[in-house]
Write a protein that binds this ligand. Structure first.
Ligand code: ZN
Length: 136
């Protein structure tokens, strides 16, 4: 099984290229700097919380307002819990997590290899990984 290296464009994604813009690999969603889509996810959560609890629920008929707050509150709380759990998990392969040195990933030489992961071995991390590993 082979996994292609992510394309490094001019976008804000992490890039292993040389120079001052080189970034460390992320361990989870709390790693700095955040990706714009992470910021968008948090901003949308706050937006829908404000819109739901501050605008839509108060507009319900009076006898439906408690149900609106309870149902929406349970849903938003569950979503927040799952969101925080998903952000806090380190999705790297177990062997990558066990590797002591997890500094910035080296530059990937496309002239030597077509894929970062070939035959369940990551050539950036220099560790064997599972067949479903998608890291790097
Ligand atoms: Zn790797």
């Amino acid at each position: 099984r082979e996994t292609r290296a992510p394309r490094r464009g001019p976008g804000p994604g992490p890039g292993p290229g040389p120079g001052p813009g080189r970034r460390c690999s992320r361990t989870n969603g709390w790693s700095w700097p955040p990706h714009p889509l992470q910021l968008l996810a948090w901003l949308l959560y706050v937006f829908f919380a404000v819109a739901g609890f501050g605008v839509f629920v108060p507009l319900l008929p009076a006898h439906w307002i408690p149900a609106g707050y309870i149902c929406t509150g349970v849903t938003f709380s569950a979503h927040l819990l799952v969101h925080v759990l998903a952000v806090s998990v380190d999705p790297a392969d177990r062997n990558v997590r066990l590797k002591a040195d997890r500094g910035p990933p080296p530059a990937f030489d496309r002239t030597r290899r077509a894929h970062v992961i070939e035959n369940c071995h990551c050539f950036l991390c220099q560790v064997d990984v599972g067949s479903k590993s998608k890291h790097c």
